[in-house]
Design a protein around this ligand. Sequence first.
Ligand code: HGY
Ligand code: MN
Ligand code: MN
Length: 411
Amino acid sequence: MENLKINGDRLWASLMELARIGATPKGGVCRLALSDLDRQARDLFVGWCKEAGCAVSVDRMGNIFARLAGRNNALPPVMTGSHIDSQPTGGRFDGAYGVLAGLEVVRTLNDFAYETEAPIEVAVWTNEEGSRFPPPMIGSGVFAGVFALDDGLGRADLDGKTIGGELKRIGYDGPQAVGGRPVGAYFEAHIEQGPILEAEEKTIGVVTGAQGQRWYEVTVTGQEAHAGPTPMRRRKDALVGAARMIETVNRIGLAHQPYACATVGFAQVSPNSRNVIPGKVFFTVDFRHPQDDVLTAMDKELRDACARVAEGAGLALDMKEFWYYPPTPFDGDCVAAVRDGTGRFGYAAMDIVSGAGHDAVYMARVAPTGMVFVPCKDGISHNEIEDAKPEDLAAGCNVLLHAMLRRAHGS
Ligand code: HGY
Ligand code: MN
Ligand code: MN
């Protein structure tokens, strides 16, 4: 086990080949969940896994599992994986790295003819990003029992197309039951998507857990009217009200530093015509914090402030909490396995809490779970310029390999 090392060039080549599917002019990817491009990427991955001697299965949420047999296949699998759906202006590494690092682990075990005690599985989770089909992490969420299957299949995009319908259309409406089976341990490799590892000059982030998230859908309703004859004081301008609320979102985030994050990433104005006073505005709120009590305090501040703005401007306010998960600590032994893997290679490492959500957050509900982070250039992600160093990606994959072997080999 000591001298097993992954093949960094092969990992990089696979990443670059996958990145060609949905490649954008600025060097990123647009591979929305369950699009034809997602199907192409899935097909490429499945082909590679079969070449590597894996048995491939797909469950009813379209989650893909590539399984490399171990000596004792009655044991629960040691699983790794991530996602291959991307943001509309996503990067080449977000998600894809974790999936292909898992494949590289399998390829490396084959290279060394190294047979683990427990079977190994590499997972591709459906709709991690939650961009086309909000909320995020629905595939792993159904697997972990967070969402019911029908709820997951019924989630729709802005055109009313459902996950269930799109899975059928691309041929990934698998027969396998979703979840309800034991998983020995789950590890996920991912770029940090923030600036800390690079700033601290660390190669590996030993992820101790993930911060909590709370998402809202807000509808502000005023009155459409003519932009010309309507006096300023008689207006019920939904966009002015929403703008004040969005400023409040930002103020609440700033008020809970150093950790709080507060984002309005999506907004729709109706009727969105230059000379009509907006009658309705829909926008989303994304709150995050590593402490649940602070997330709760931010929730109250948001609701109180928005109610005050609406009342003061004669607007109607509808605010729905759309998605929530609490700060999630990872399993102590899995975190230790990642730390041990890091130590084996002498990589510079530090503990870190994940600012982003990952499928690992939901897998932590059904299996001992850990994550391995590597730096990304300037901490930028969810952006086409997202970049990472081949040597860091290889280092993270070596740590993933050894953390998994510690659980799969039982040593
Ligand atoms: O939003 C997130 O944290 C993740 O990228 N889905
Ligand atoms: Mn991701
Ligand atoms: Mn992402």
